[in-house]
Design a protein around this ligand. Sequence first.
Ligand SMILES: [Zn+2]
Length: 429
Amino acid sequence: MKRNLSRLCLCFGSLISSCVYADTFIHAGHLFDGTSEKLRSDVTIVVDDNKIVEIRDGFARPGDEDEVIDLKNSTVLPGLMDMHVHLSSQSEQGAYLDRYTKNEADYALTAANYAKKTLHAGFTTVRNLGDSYNETVALRNAIDKGLLEGPRIFTAAKSIATTGGHADPSNGMARAIRPDTGPTQGVVNGTAEARRAVRQRYQDGADVIKITATGGVLSVAKSGQNPQFMNDELSAIVETANDYGMTVAVHAHGKEGMDRAIKAGVTSIEHGTYMDDETMQLMQEHGTYYVPTIMAGKFVAEKAKIDGYFPELVRPKAQKIGPLIQNTFEKAHKAGVKIAFGTDSGVSAHGDNAEEFVYMVEAGMSPADALLSATRHAAALLNVEDTLGSIEKDKLADIVAVPGNPLEDISVMKSVTFVMKDGKIIKQK
Ligand SMILES: [Zn+2]
């Protein structure tokens, strides 16, 4: 089938065979299209350039110039979307020294490597919720230009915290070497600095805002759950972010900080460990998403057993908070809170993201709902449901495949064999 014959195509001589007049026909044995909980069987997805142009029942016969991808023994799904990653780093023993020894370029190159791993695991879109030097803004731009292989990135750049808060980069440093951090580094106190930090991120090229509304597990600080922003600071952040069309993602473990953030109108709660029935009710009233990151909790609880893996201030927090998240997820899901898939990869290893599906299903979510949380619902959280999150006509061609049937065995999501992003084949086993 030939389409867009009028499209300008600069082909000459021996290059003529690579001229992109042809369509790509994907023959899918099963299709989970992200619009419902059901699988369709024996379907052809027609891709032209970077878009899905048609979905037909049966295995349609292509034209002479069209390319055929045989996925008759696979289940085809929309590109997966992880709403919480940190591409510039990955937890390992001794990583707490990195901020003294690494420069911006080290983080950037590390991030490029992890971006590729993430894409090859089937995650064609990620939300990067916090980096060190805006390196994921540069990474996003390089990927968008085609200079590097990686997922579409919606980045928060450097997270916003208060002094001594979870994302204050000067935590744990002796006074003699501690920098005086301010809004540029994402440390704010009071409404004026809160507004300035949001505007700074807009100027830096961030897509979303990330704040740390309570203490956290891995920061070198005592509390893993105390509230760390006042109501007026939270309102200043949300109102300013709204002015620039940016959503607000909130790291939170403790209830008080979480409740304040939800009432201020933030978009998503990350981790959410100590949310109770009242918090879940609040989230439903405000339409707040929950991004659970179960695997990060399990990962830190496991590593806390190893002497010296974490600083001594961090270890008890990891032991206590880590194991609780799966249970919180189970309750929130039962209560009907909106859930979007997120792993906090960078705590656990990049590329292992699909393990989260297994934990979600283990905690009582149906495999279909778990898949929707990483497709349609994630796209809604990012406000990109017009272009991503499902396999439908006119959407961008982000398409992955796994062997077997993920609705019967969700663990097959860990074995992605085919990845197409923006109509380009990235991986084909
Ligand atoms: Zn995180």
